[in-house]
Design a binder for this molecule. Structure first.
Ligand code: PMM
Length: 284
């Protein structure tokens, strides 16, 4: 999934694709580079961000959604607002990506239930202006698993078809660096929720601080793409359905490398434990 931020203030690429024509051109470029899906968003969720008014968010995203759909792209709408999601779906978007998992706008879950739109529900604890204060966990992976499980139950209770729901651990959202690393290292523990996973590591703060220079200053967002691609390898190896990135070429290559290696491993008798056991006459 390639990111098309039509915002003046995203932490990673703020302002670069703010005008609709620039957003559309950027989406076209990401498609040519191998993105399977384009995630169009008009609200920055960077820590401390202030929300744009509804009309402004609509003005930012709708022309870009319309133009990219017209070019044959699969477009997802990155929004916490039901009204934006509904108009984007009407304009041809095929998926709703809500970083609040339906918690920010009470009209979102009913919309998803009514339209049957595929829905990405991310782990979220509160708006960006105070989310850093909410990063307290006993064990982050267990807590995120339990909270995402509760979201699934709420979605099911509201009539959402869970077969159309994708879950996301929400890297960087009410998470400190150590929380993000634990989630990446133990992504497989979310498999018990039996839903596909989307993960969004791209250019986030935990990569900037990992790659800090000798003066301790974080690596700037635009210089975090190699680390993002390395993270995409981890995400793909854990079997995730989708990785959301700003820089598509390296991640498109990385996920194909992992897919090829996993496919080859599946055929290999040494890693096929049943075949190995049969070969040695061992009962498993
Ligand atoms: N991260 C951002 C925005 N949208 N959506 C999902 N599903 N998962 C994420 O991790 C996520 C997201 C923040 O990054 P950006 O402002 O650079 O796009």
């Amino acid at each position: 999934m390639g990111v098309v931020n039509v915002t003046p203030d995203s932490f990673s690429d703020g302002g670069r694709w703010f005008e609709p024509a620039a957003g559309t051109a950027h989406g076209r470029e990401l498609l040519a580079q191998g993105a399977d899906l384009l995630d169009v968003g008009g609200e920055s969720t960077r820590p401390g961000a202030v929300r744009p008014p509804l009309e402004e968010e609509l003005r930012r995203v709708l022309p870009v959604v319309r133009d990219l759909v017209a070019e044959g792209a699969l477009v997802s709408i990155d929004t916490m607002r039901a009204e934006v999601a509904e108009q984007a779906l009407h304009a041809g978007a095929v998926l709703v990506n809500d970083v609040s998992g339906g918690l920010a706008d009470p009209a979102m879950v009913p919309l998803v239930a009514r339209t049957g739109a595929p829905f990405v529900a991310m782990h979220w604890r509160g708006q960006s202006d105070h989310m850093d204060d909410l990063a307290t966990y006993d064990d982050v992976v267990t807590d995120v698993r339990v909270e995402l499980g509760a979201r699934l139950r709420a979605l099911a209770d509201a009539g959402v078809d869970l077969s159309r729901v994708v879950l996301d651990p929400g890297l960087g959202f009410a998470k400190r660096a150590e929380h993000n690393w634990a989630l990446l290292a133990r992504l497989d523990e979310l498999a018990v929720l039996h839903r596909p996973l989307l993960v969004g590591p791209s250019r986030k703060r935990f990569l900037g601080s990992l790659l800090a220079g000798p003066d301790g200053a974080p690596r700037p967002p635009q210089e975090r793409d190699d680390a993002t691609a390395a993270t995409s390898v981890l995400v793909a190896l854990a079997g995730a359905w989708c990785v959301r990135v700003h820089d598509v070429p390296a991640t498109a290559d990385a996920v194909r490398v992992v897919a090829a290696a996993l496919a080859a491993g599946e055929r290999h008798p040494v890693t096929d434990l049943d075949a190995l056991a049969a070969h040695h006459g061992v009962t498993r």
